[in-house]
Design a protein around this ligand. Structure first.
Ligand code: NAD
Length: 457
């Protein structure tokens, strides 16, 4: 059996060696998920809801354990990791109300009654990236299970530990065996088998745009349903009429959260020309306050990158770039063991620069001036991506006009928030297809069935 050493990104020490699942075990797990499907689907809605609520409670009971595991496995700060485990708990609690609210419609027709049902798809697969192992898993499995599907889930190779623990906690909560199975393995093995297996009816994928495109191509053979949550290059637009101090104070963590390994990171800051220098001065002083270091320490705001490879990728955008890259200023990072990279602010020379166009997925941000509202929208939209973005202004009309003008799925005004479990999340353009979370997520895990019942004598 192939194994994988899970490494602590802050210390480079081996945390655990795990066995990787192959095609045969994947097929066995899918077969079990098919077998238990009818029982899970036929369970009374209130009972299915109760089991999900119990699962949520068990996650809450193990919140600190899950959070500490994520600090070790992914190098997330303990504050973030607690939020992430809490997010799994909350998403489960939110969707535990769904089985009893999976409403269809009664549509007026001649000669009878017409009703619609939301039927589960069957076996749903979830493929998770390494950057947010717990929340992204929960956004897939919680609504999928609530809608009556059974789930097979593959965590990223680098970060399998919390998903594996969540599968154990599901069993502890009473979720029947085979209903939710976690399969640690390679994308090219387990992930691809989800795409080709005829009994897997959907692939819910979060990860890079290139792999997402391959999954969509593969899914076409069976007309398999897909939800794709992919990369991002989100803009943070600061107008001259904004509360500049608040905008500058919030800017560092808008791209440094999770060491920049966040698909919603605001990695392109656009500042109106007349306040550019003023903003940069305040931004630089806010950057000095960011604490980079031991992720297990409560006061730490940024930890290491997930792997040596990821650090080299990030470095390649700055030190290793063939294009000249002008660094405006940098923060600090620990030296010695661990995959550290300092917070870095660059001034791209052109909107076509690689560091301005491509997703870095590390603590690197570009800053560029703009002239007016139209220029801000044009520059914000000059990207293949369209996931998130922020608008800083005191003018309500402008906030709404620019929000409507920016081609992205999740925008915030005078704030950098992107994710709430009760509101929809997903991308425009190359950032993906479909939406997760919020009241409509169940639609992504159900098919509408229309039934006409004749009342003719
Ligand atoms: P990745 O695409 O390399 O891997 C993601 C997952 O897909 C992993 O579990 C991997 O094993 C699996 N995989 C790889 N090749 C596969 C294949 N051929 N078939 C099936 N599965 C395969 O991405 P990553 O490096 O783990 O994650 C970082 C990327 O994820 C970034 O681009 C980031 O923007 C994106 N992301 C997007 C969102 C979002 O919601 N839009 C959220 C988090 C991360």
């Amino acid at each position: 059996m192939t194994t994988h050493d899970v490494i602590n990104p802050a210390t480079e020490e081996t945390v655990r060696t795990i066995d990787l699942v192959g095609v045969e075990e994947t097929d066995e797990a899918v077969a079990r998920a098919v077998e238990v499907g009818p029982q899970w689907r036929a369970m009374a809605p209130a009972d299915r809801g109760r089991l999900l609520r119990r699962f949520s409670d068990v996650v809450d009971d193990h919140l600190e354990e899950l959070a500490r595991l994520e600090v070790q496995n992914a190098g997330h700060t303990i504050g973030n990791a607690r939020w992430e485990a809490g997010n799994v708990r909350d998403v489960l609690a939110y969707y535990s109300a769904a089985p009893e609210r999976l409403l269809g419609q009664q549509i007026p027709v001649a000669g009878g009654i017409n009703v619609t049902f939301k039927e589960p798809l069957g076996v749903v697969s979830v493929i998770v990236p390494w950057n947010f192992p717990m929340p992204i898993a929960g956004w897939g499995f919680a609504p999928a299970l609530a809608a009556g599907n059974t789930v097979v889930l593959k965590p990223a190779e680098l970060t399998p530990l919390t998903a594996m623990r969540l599968a154990e906690l599901a069993l502890d909560a009473g979720v029947p065996e085979g209903v939710f199975t976690v399969l640690p393995g390679k994308g090219s093995v387990v992930g691809e088998r989800f795409v080709t297996h005829p009994d897997v009816r959907k692939v819910c994928f979060t990860g890079s745009t290139a792999v997402g495109q391959g999954i969509m191509r593969g899914a076409a053979d069976q007309l398999k349903r897909v939800t794709l949550e992919l990369g991002g290059k989100s803009a943070n637009i600061v107008f001259a009429d904004a509360d500049l101090e608040a905008a500058a104070a919030a800017a560092p963590m808008s791209f440094l959260d999770n060491a920049g390994q966040d698909c919603c990171a605001r990695t392109r800051i656009l500042v109106q020309r007349e306040v550019f220098n003023d903003f940069m001065g305040r931004f630089e002083s806010a950057m000095r306050d960011v604490r980079v270091g031991d992720p297990g320490d409560d006061a730490t705001q940024m930890g290491p990158l997930v792997s040596d490879r990821q650090r080299e990728t990030v470095r390649g955008f700055v030190e290793g770039s063939e294009e000249p890259v002008d660094v405006a200023f940098r923060g600090t990072a620990p030296e010695g063991a661990g995959w550290w990279y300092p917070p870095t602010v660059v001034l791209p020379r052109s909107t076509s620069d690689r560091v301005w166009q491509d997703e870095v997925f590390g603590p690197v941000v570009g800053v560029m001036p703009f002239d007016d509202e139209a220029d801000a929208i044009a520059k914000a939209n000059d990207t293949a991506y369209g996931l998130s973005g922020s608008i800083w202004t005191r003018d309500v009309g402008r906030a709404i006009r620019v929000s409507r003008g920016v081609e992205a799925g999740n925008l915030s005004v005078n704030s950098h928030s992107s994710v709430r479990y009760s509101t929809p999340f997903g991308g425009f353009k190359s950032s993906g297809i479909g939406r997760e979370l919020g009241p409509d997520a169940l639609d992504a895990f159900t098919e509408v069935k229309n039934v006409f019942i004749s009342t003719e004598p």
